[in-house]
Design a protein around this ligand. Structure first.
Ligand code: SF4
Ligand code: SF4
Ligand code: SF4
Length: 206
């Protein structure tokens, strides 16, 4: 066997090992810890797909089949790699790169109920939060209404108040379309509007 093939088979063996072992570890090990291989990938603009069960049980329930990743027509979902420890193989959306377009195809194909079959308007992946110190409209520098224009729930999840965007948590799906559209970036890929996954720990993440 030449070097290339040897390397290929080694890598493949490692990936398969992780994909088999990590769900087992997550079943028997509580995932409250916040460091190293047990550190959840969820955070600002780092979201589970629609309908996700609570983050505490997500890694134990998801079988890493990748069906949600494959079915997404927008390639919004990535499958986490081996560096993510017990979360390797689970799905994640990085809102500023490719947000969720709420087509709801992934919730239909998930075989384990890790993504629950919910309706588009029931989705709560997180909550959009506007940083008024960074948003150019709130700062009075110019009138930008990109976040408002791209939102599927315009005038409900996001409305304009004297031309300034305002979020209503009753309707915001946390899809990240506004984050992706926002032209104002600052440190660590944050935008003037960002999604906080506030529902991910209490089982209301839909
Ligand atoms: S709802 Fe549609 S766009 Fe959003 S992650 Fe699922 S498949 Fe992709
Ligand atoms: S379809 Fe469901 S079980 Fe399969 S990887 Fe996605 S979330 Fe996990
Ligand atoms: S405000 Fe942003 S995150 Fe909330 S529904 Fe509209 S586009 Fe999606």
């Amino acid at each position: 066997m030449d070097d290339f093939n040897l390397e290929f088979f080694k890598k493949r063996r490692e990936i398969i090992k992780t994909l088999i072992i990590s769900p087992l570890i997550s079943l028997f090990y509580p995932v409250h810890a916040s460091s190293g291989i047990l550190s959840s990938p969820i955070g600002t603009n780092r979201l589970r797909p629609p309908g996700a069960v609570s983050e505490e049980i997500f890694a134990g329930k998801c079988i890493r089949c990748g069906r949600c990743v494959e079915v997404c027509p927008y390639k919004s979902i990535i499958q986490l790699d081996i560096k993510n420890g017990v979360y390797a193989g689970t799905p994640l959306i990085i809102a500023e790169n490719i947000p969720c377009y709420l087509c709801m195809k992934c919730v239909e194909v998930c075989p384990t109920g890790t993504l629950r079959k919910i309706k588009q308007e029931e989705t709560r992946m997180g909550l959009a939060v506007i940083n008024k110190h960074v948003c150019v409209t709130w700062k009075g520098e110019t009138i930008c209404r990109t976040c408002y224009n791209v939102c599927l729930f315009k005038d409900k999840a996001i409305r304009l108040d004297e031309l300034r965007p305002v979020i209503d948590e009753k309707f915001c799906a946390g899809c990240g379309l506004c984050v992706h559209g926002c032209p104002v970036s600052y440190k660590d890929n944050l935008k003037a509007i960002n999604i906080e996954p506030i529902y991910s720990q209490n089982g209301k993440s839909e």
